[in-house]
Design a protein. Sequence first.
Lengths: 239, 129, 664
Amino acid sequence: MTLAATAGLLAAGPAPVAATETHGFLSPTGVEIAFLLVGLVTFGAALVTVTTRQLVHAALWLVVTLGGLAVEYLLLTAEFIAWVQVLIYVGSVVVLLLFGLMLTRAPIGRSPDADSGNRWAALAVAVAAAGTLIWVVVDAFRTTWIDLDGPAAGSTKATGESLFQNWVLPFEALSVLLLAALVGAIVLSRKAKAESDSPSVNSRPVTGSSPSVPDSRNHPIGRNGSAEGTEPSEQEGAR
Amino acid sequence: MHLAYPAVLSALLFCTGLYGVLARRNAILVLMSVELMLNAVNLNLVAFDVWLSKTAEETLHSGQALTLFTITIAAAEIGIGLAIVLAVYRNRGTSDIDKLRDTAESHDTDGPDRDALTAPQAEKAEATA
Amino acid sequence: MTTTNLAVLVPLLPFLGAAAGLLLGRTAPGFVRPLAVLPTLASLVLATVVALRQGGDQAIDAATGLTPTGSVPIELALHIDGFAALVAVLVGVVATCVQTYSTGYLREDPRYPSYAALVSLFTSAMLLVVYSGDLMVLLVGWEIMGICSYFLVGHYWETPEARAASIKAFLVTKLGDVPFLIGLFALATDAGSFRITKVLGTVASGGLDHPTLIALLLLAGVAGKSAQFPLHTWLPDAMAGPTPVSALIHAATMVAAGVYFIARLLPVFAASQAAMIVLAVMAAVTMLGSGLAALAQDDIKRVLAYSTIGQLGYMTGALAVADRGAAVFHLLSHGAFKALLFLAAGVIIHAAGTNSLAAMSRMGHLRARVPDAYWTMTVALLALAAIPPFSGFFSKESVLGAAEHVATGHTEQAPGAAGWTVLIAGLITALLTAAYAMRLWLLAFRGRGADAPDHGRQPLTMTVVLWMLAAPSLAVGALAYRVLPDWFDGRDLTPTLTTSVLGTGVALIGGIVTYAAWRHTTALAARVPLGAVAAHPEGDAAQVEAEAIASHAPVYGGVAYAPDPADPGRLLLGPLHRHAAVGFHLDAVYRALFVRPVQAGASLVRFLDREVVDTYVRGAGALPRWLGIAVRRAQTGNVQTYVSALLAGTVVLAVAAVLVATGA
């Protein structure tokens, strides 16, 4: 198919090298089997994450998914990325999401209306997108193999050298971005506090008088949470 | 390792996240689904970086660097997003996305085929103005 | 100043007066009456000066072309011969009298400023018609008169009769004006000019290609304007307007415009024998029918209206025998005495509080209440009945003499058949005229019963005008037939013995028979009480008249009809009375022939528009509306739905892009 030819052209350089080695499509190596099994677990956890009716469980299944992905990174020899994944996602982002669920008083236990009425349209779109993507990807890369032998491509040494030799300027710019996000999260929280002091200015009359308005002692927690979420990542990135 | 494994897994995860974004009602669950989509992209980046760094002797390691950046930005995004969700929740008392319908025209002026109704309403509006 | 400049000022002054009156009517009400009377009076003086200077000599011709107007030039032209000069004086006299009279008659009318301005505008237009030497300019004046007539007839627009009458007058005269316009174009095409002098020159050299067609087309317009059969039906209804308007427009001037027009272009008509025969028959039918109808009317003004139609028939009869001197002579004398009759009738209506002759015949001493109107009306009625030595006698005898002249074959100007037709119809009409004049006089002034209500004396402006107009009716006739031939085309206007004896004889017979019939029926009057009097006898004359018109139909069962057994006309006409009272059912015929089909067509068009055309329009609107409703449904405000649609579109686009890129 021409799509494969296009991809072959894209990979014109490495293609002869890969073609000389003998790979069996139907004879997977051990790494491939491991990748497949962990991938199945990851995908299943992701599916449960987006379909479960218990909100807290969704966050926990997300931990499984992200952890599975970290294992996949390890299998791809990208060890630094894997640890960063574990630290940031599993360590802070999920914790942050759990805090968010608590602060918005998400129901513990099964909530029957976790999915909106848009579910079937969403399913159709997602399946169509998945079909399209898988078709294109498989069609394009079915003759491409990753060479995992030799020195690890994603070792901490290689990553660090690359990052601080070639990517210093974007790295520093990214720290500015993180600072801006930090300030933004604080500002949003402070502004919300000002609004909650005079709720009749911007809020609707019905919801403004609703009992679910949280009291002000929640704000520092939310702010701390967001600060917690951003600061470690910055530190990790700087490390 | 065959490149199709990580690529297909990435596509599946991405579409799972897509489904979550479109189908979930709670805003925090939507944020979780966004994280899934970002992670799918990260997996792609890492896989291709490994492939290219070996076969094409690409030494920049742009895939891994970009993955780090993406993780960082995702963390920032989750912070900002949660702050917004909390602000909305404080103001509206809900974090359900399909209840935030301010972009739709309000229902009291809704009269697609009732011209006779809109005229008195317009008069009323003039009278109250 | 030259005579030409003076002549230009004659129509211009009333026009400026009208414009000033319309502009100042609300802001400066004190100026309205001087602005109404003075320009008219000034133009009367100027018209007299012009007439004296012209003196029946060579016609004054002046022309200026303002701008090139294509193949047939239109010029601002004057053509003042003896006819024009004298008719202009008549118009000036009547207009001045009417404006003066109106200041009293519409003393308290809130719409007097616009009324006076319209009368001035009308006067200006009539003077333009009289003086104009260009047929297009003449047409302008002709149409302005038509629209002024429409407004003035509808002056009491609160009453449905006035509204209907104004629309009818406008439509019927327009019905004649359309062929008139076509006829003018045809005439100008044949002659190559709109100038009257050039047209007459073409006719004299025999250059007219379609004389009969042109003459008949022009005749339609003349019949509409001069209320000749069959387009006369608007004139009796136009009596729903104020009395001064009836006197000015519908007796003395506008209706005379048609006659005057034929008199100006007589050679065009005389070029076609058929046109002259048609003219004669038209005149005869008009004279006889209107005489019979006048005898049966109950409204005093409708009697006069039908009488006007009959007298105009005399004039067209004179034109049918190609004697325009006689026609214009009768036009002049008739204009004076008919204006007098109308103005006196206005005084009587005011005094009696009704316009019904049947009601007046049950009032005692009405003549003692309005002595001026009584005496002047007597004079005018004698003139109308052509009793010597009043002016009507001489003018009518000149018409009859001309007809006899043609009938006996003394001249070759007109066909003999036309002469006989006009002569016989004229004699019978003389009998009828005397009969209805006598009936009018007897019913109005010889009533018996309760005394007429006393409103005190009439305003001085109204009574003085009556005497001013009575003077020419009394005295001028005998003088005029000796002087006028110098102004006209030199034909003798002296009454011949035969027609004088015949005419006066039948007139006397008509009067005596009517008197006898009245003696016979008047005993019945006391037994049948009848009468409706205006609700506000203290109001000014215009208000009384409006109320009288409005109350006539509900009280008597018709605008023209009253169930009065004491009416001598009922005895004289016998079974014909019922038909004569409604104008021989011409209105019903027109209604069946024209009004009903037009209304049916209008309702058909309305149906087509409402049900057929609008269906398509509604259908065209429905599809976008449904689309809009559908699109509106999609706008739920749910962000997830929007994103779903967006991503679905993205997927479709991506698939399409991939397929295109791979050439699949």
